[in-house]
Design a protein around this ligand. Structure first.
Ligand code: PBG
Length: 328
């Protein structure tokens, strides 16, 4: 039975009205842009698997800083591509390692830019796994000692926040203790709390040269059949002292973003990963979808699910869309 005095369409009659009653508000301040820093000089190369994203050697980072500034993006997360790799990934905690160089360079160019670092070993190990191997198995406790060392070396180089993405047990506690002992009590940890063993990371692994040489990451990253386990991971990271909880990937995991927001008091971040970006790019290039529309809609859906922060390769374009009022 139609009660004709109740008409939801009434609030959709004009653009101004629709904007007034929007339930989800976005800000460029909640966007984080992933950046790939490559060891070397004069490198500013588009990444084939991530059209529109670049590899920057430290001397070229001024281009990134200019672009970020132009779009009003002031938060980045750094990934490193070292020249040399070894069995234990020692480049990851080297004082003059590539991420450490990148942090110093950005801070020199733009001290106000908020620099977060991805703390992991897969870009630095010859075998491409996210830790220290014992046979074919990534040894948890040896790895977390190294992960803590990497986080401290990033903080020493000037990182504002660290984000461990290795998925070892106990790494948040190990990092917190190491940072505190080194005097970095105010460097927050954004934990990749629920990170799944996802095929959506494919383009990133090409971009970062970090695909595992054998096997896969399923003995440390999560099985995507599970959601209760994700809440367990989040709860553990809360206990261990995480400051922000991240769900990764984002689009196929909005149930977890939602649950995480309901269950915990910490800010929730979501990572719209390389495959999500590359799929939109490819479908748009094939003439199948409108890139701008799909970019906007998918970002809003992640915030609508409960994310407070979005890590996205579209950070610059989304900041523009927000400022124009197309979203948020
Ligand atoms: C490193 C790391 C990965 C991503 C972020 N940190 C790759 C992986 O776990 O294999 C993926 C990011 C993306 O796909 O955009 N462990």
């Amino acid at each position: 039975m139609f009660n004709d005095s109740i008409r939801p369409r009434r609030l959709r009659t004009s653009d101004g009205l629709r904007r007034m009653v929007r339930e989800t508000r976005l800000s460029p301040e909640s966007l984080i842009w992933p950046i790939f820093v490559q060891e070397g000089e004069g490198i500013y190369e588009e990444i084939p698997s991530l059209p529109g994203q670049y590899h920057y050697s430290p001397d070229q980072l001024y281009r990134m800083v200019e672009q970020a500034h132009m779009h009003g993006v002031s938060r980045v997360i750094l990934f490193g591509l070292p020249k040399n790799k070894d069995e234990i990934g020692s480049g990851a905690w080297a004082e003059d390692g590539i991420v450490q160089q990148g942090i110093r360079k950005i801070k020199e160019l733009a001290p106000e830019m908020y620099v977060i670092t991805d703390v992991c070993m897969c870009e630095y190990t010859s075998h491409g796994h996210c830790g220290i191997l014992c046979g074919d198995y990534v040894d948890n406790d040896q790895t977390i000692a190294r992960i803590a060392q990497i986080a401290v070396s990033h903080a020493k180089a000037g990182a504002d926040m660290v984000a461990p993405s290795d998925m070892m047990d106990g790494r948040v506690a190990a990092i917190r203790q190491a940072l505190d002992e080194a005097g970095f009590v105010n460097v927050p940890i954004m934990s990749y709390a629920a990170k799944y063993a996802s095929s959506f990371y494919g383009p990133f692994r090409d971009a970062a040269g970090s695909a595992p040489a054998f096997g896969d990451r399923r003995s440390y990253q999560m099985d995507w059949h599970n959601s209760r386990e994700a809440m367990r991971e989040c709860a553990l990271d809360v206990q261990e002292g995480a400051d922000i909880l991240m769900i990764k990937p984002a689009m196929s995991y909005l149930d977890l973003v939602y649950q995480c927001k309901q269950r915990f008091e910490l800010p929730v971040a979501a990572y719209a990963v390389s495959g999500e970006y590359a799929m939109i790019k490819a479908a748009a290039k094939a003439g199948l979808i409108d890139e701008y529309g799909v970019m906007c809609e998918s970002a809003v859906s992640i915030f609508r699910a409960g994310a407070d922060i979005l890590i996205t390769y579209y950070a610059c374009e989304l900041a523009d869309a927000i400022r124009k009022g197309d979203i948020g």
